[in-house]
Design a protein. Structure first.
Length: 132
């Protein structure tokens, strides 16, 4: 259940392709090898209304949150998080070079007792892999 939610300031439109950002994060998550492929979700939410630091309208941000299920130790989570953050950060180097920009990434573990899911994607991916 690795769900990545990206919130970003609307003033990034035209400078960043959010579909590409979602794919960078998805691909990096797969590369970690610790997330089930059928559970990976990446979504981006444009924030039309925001205020940053001193209120300068040219400042921008991208804040990513990963919600994941229990069961991975701290070392594994840190290694995976660092991999995903490094890929995203490198992809955003041009934004850092051309503007004042804040990037953040936080990881949250969902308590299995209070997290409900229904998903038939895992089964479909296994069937596709078995039958080509």
């Amino acid at each position: 259940m690795p769900h990545f939610t990206i919130e970003y300031s609307a003033n990034l439109d035209g400078r960043v392709d959010m579909s590409e950002i979602c794919e960078v994060v998805r691909r990096a998550a797969v590369e970690t090898g610790i997330f089930p492929l059928g559970g990976i979700r990446v979504r981006a939410i444009r924030c039309e209304h925001y205020a940053i630091a001193d209120g300068n309208a040219k400042l921008s941000f991208l804040a990513m949150m990963l919600r994941l299920g229990e069961g991975r130790d701290l070392v594994t989570r840190k290694k995976a998080g660092e991999h995903v953050f490094k890929a995203l950060s490198a992809h955003l180097d041009p934004v850092f070079a051309g503007s004042r920009f804040a990037l953040s990434f936080d990881m949250q573990i969902n308590d299995k007792e209070t997290s409900w899911k229904r998903n038939n994607i895992h089964k479909a991916l296994k069937a596709e892999a078995a039958h080509g």
